[in-house]
Ligand binder design. Sequence first.
Ligand code: G6P
Length: 488
Amino acid sequence: MVSQVLVASNRGPVSYSVAEDGTLTAKRGGGGLVSGLSAIGQDADAVWVCAALTEGDRAAARRADGALPAEDTGGQRVRMLDIDADTFAGAYNGVANSVLWFVHHLLYQTPLEPVFDTEFERQWAAYEAYNAAFADALAGDAEQGATVMVQDYHLTLVPALLRERRPDLRIGHFSHTPWAPADYYRLLPDAVAADVLRGVLGADRAAFLTRRWAEAFAACCADMLGARVDGADRPDGELRVTHAGRTTRIGVHGLGADAGFLRERAHRDDVAERMAALREQIGTDDSGASRRTIVRVDRTELSKNIVRGLHAFRRLLRDRPEWRDRVVHVAFAYPSRQDLAVYRRYTEEVARVADEVNAEFGTASWTPVVLHVKDDFARSLAAYRLADVALVNPIRDGMNLVAKEVPVVSDAGCALVLSREAGAAAELAQDALPVNPYDIAGTAAALHTALAMPFEERAARTERLAAAATALPPQAWFLAQLDALHTP
Ligand code: G6P
């Protein structure tokens, strides 16, 4: 089996808040990587290298010279890098979240943006320095022949930088986002576009959530670097990109939901309490029947398309008066990336449009849109369990785990309205109601079909969706990547 495994990601498995008296409190996060890495067991020699994101993180990182105490991390060895705050901001807010994220999710309003000028040059230099800091830390911590699994768009330069420093290592890169189509990727300055591709190609194997994103990456390599792409006809479907005398394998691993964890967690008392509170808020219609629910749960993220979701709900109420008083749109939109002005404005827009819909249709006894913005995992699970319809309509999304989690925990079956631009559509489209995320009329029509779907059909579809959604749970997803890295 594999010897030492190192994981590198911007956001680590733990974060710290600092109280006024200077005390630090650690909070452990969840997600696919955390449970994936647990597959190799506590005894295995695994190290997670991540960046300090907040002042609390920085204090914790300084206190322990980067190595966090085991009691904060649940035993996981974590090394948190205290990267200079300006460098971090330029790399994370400037390049990763405002440029690479925008390119891969097609988020620019191109008549006015992007503008690549001196400010961007400064941020790009910060991104290079931040990637070099990770490469240095990994090169310093890795044992001879260790395996390094580098994550996401924050760290695209790391594989090549690390290979220069440590040619003995096995290096994988995994993209949790979509990859931009070649014509859109060319928005980036040529040198930057090429550096990002060459950086990822420094890995032995670069992996993606769906075939579509893997092919887009290979197409960008062919277009910008003149790389050779083969393998489309291989039985394992693995593409090969050859550039400057080296070949990088391109893999696909569609992260699935963790059924065991979700079902157990969703049946604890705190979730039951929140279900009761939500039912109270949703209420009953004029005839005394429980109202139907259209649920969405997202970070307040530009790519999630929350505002158009509200427009579609409004269109449903306008076009189909029979649903008035009989349905509630339960929208959870949790704060994200609030350092960026465009995210703050988007957050305001979500609240504004929700208010507009409530002002247009609400009555003394019916609030059409129930919007919650405070992150509460137990309440999210409560909403999953009682949803009649789940609305997952991103502009573009690497996978979208909400689409996979809802069918797994749904109590009585839930119809899934799913953007065809979400990676999850590759596995779930057959039993979901696929939509073009820009098309308000089409989304409203799908919401109507979903609400009107007979309960037996809904339950049967949900069962099939849950099976597809759990085909590759986090631990198997992680082990499959490790295995593939070690198979020639
Ligand atoms: C996406 C990215 C992750 C990131 C997460 C939350 O899922 O692929 O790398 O951690 O968003 O974003 P944040 O900027 O808060 O870490």
